[in-house]
Design a binder for this molecule. Structure first.
Ligand code: AVI
Length: 320
């Protein structure tokens, strides 16, 4: 691979991730305590997220895969061959091959902040598509990324599946879409997944499955804080909650203290009253119009919308 040896994670002398500590300490000091969802994804969190994609209540992965499986001919017609597919986040073993088989690109450029995930995904895709040129880039794609010289003159297709854009508040989502537009350049297209607004019961169940996998995923953040930031959070006194917040059209995940608790993190003291929560994730849901508005604000022009048979999830193609 041509992945550069750049340090994207800033560790202090004790090996503590400075950004993680800063986000946790700031977030726990706020009135409504909140910790950014990006910190879910340590090794165990990433494994739990994989498990979530398999539970029966969590429909987004299955719905999006259904669209990718059934619309290949339309992707081929509207996108055409000969592009460089730039995937924001390392490709999953299922979705990316479906797209690559459908449109026959010249090159595949996975971008990820984690070199380990990136190399695993690149090796996986190279094995599946031996004739495809694969150029992994270790990068923070929330900023404009310098793509490899080998694809400089190849038109790009950005691929951002999974409705990960929904984990950002609209302001951040718009900033990201604009940076993606800069990364991909003139003549680019973008294929992006956005989860649709639907029945509250279906949404809340998707984020609070009966097996408790999502609960374990949420609570793992507290375990991570205890382990990496010398925390003393009594994890067993917290419970997972997923709630639909209609005004923002989003599912919010919280960790609810079930009794008064006090604990320390990195030597700082915190207290929470029974019922008080730590807000850990937003997962915004969209209508056709709200997704179009978000894309337009992000400097992309929508071209086509596809949904699965049950109209639960959308995949949208847009032009630069
Ligand atoms: C990664 N992201 C799109 C997932 C979502 O649906 O918002 C994360 C997730 N959180 C709980 N379940 C899944």
């Amino acid at each position: 691979t041509n992945a550069k040896e750049i340090r994207l994670v800033d560790l202090d002398d004790d090996g503590v991730d400075r950004a993680f500590r800063a986000d946790v300490l700031t977030g726990l000091a706020q009135g409504q305590k909140a910790i950014p969802a990006r910190w879910f994804y340590d090794e165990r969190g990433s494994a739990l997220f994989e498990d979530i994609t398999g539970v029966s209540e969590y429909y987004p992965t299955r719905s999006e895969t259904e669209i990718l499986e059934s619309r290949g001919a339309e992707f081929a017609e509207l996108i055409g061959p000969g592009r460089a597919v730039v995937e924001f986040g390392s490709g999953s073993s299922v979705k990316t091959p479906l797209l690559l088989s459908a449109i026959k690109p010249d090159a595949y450029v996975p971008l990820d902040i984690s070199g380990d995930f990136l190399r695993a995904a690149a090796a996986d895709l190279s094995a599946k598509f031996p004739h495809l040129s694969v150029y992994p880039v270790e990068a923070d794609f929330t900023k404009k990324v310098e793509l490899p010289a080998e694809v400089a003159s190849t038109p790009k297709l950005g691929f951002f599946p999974g409705s990960t854009i929904g984990n950002m508040v609209p302001r951040t989502a718009v900033d990201l879409l604009r940076e993606m537009r800069k990364t991909l350049g003139d003549g680019a297209m973008l294929l992006i997944g956005m989860d649709l607004i639907k029945d509250t019961d279906v949404l809340e169940a998707a984020y609070d499955d009966a097996q408790g996998v999502t609960a374990a995923f949420n609570l793992n953040l507290l375990e991570r804080i205890n382990r990496e930031l010398s925390g003393t959070i009594p994890v067993e006194k917290f419970r997972h909650e997923a709630r639909w917040v209609d005004i923002f059209a989003r599912i919010e995940m919280h960790l609810v203290a079930q009794e008064d608790v006090s604990f320390t993190v990195s030597g700082r003291e915190f207290a929470m009253q029974a019922g008080e929560t730590i807000h850990t994730e937003n997962s915004h849901k969209f209508s056709k119009r709200s997704s179009n508005t978000l894309l337009l604000a992000g400097h992309w022009t929508p071209v086509e919308h596809w949904t699965d048979a049950r109209r639960r999830f959308s995949l949208i193609l847009a032009n630069a």
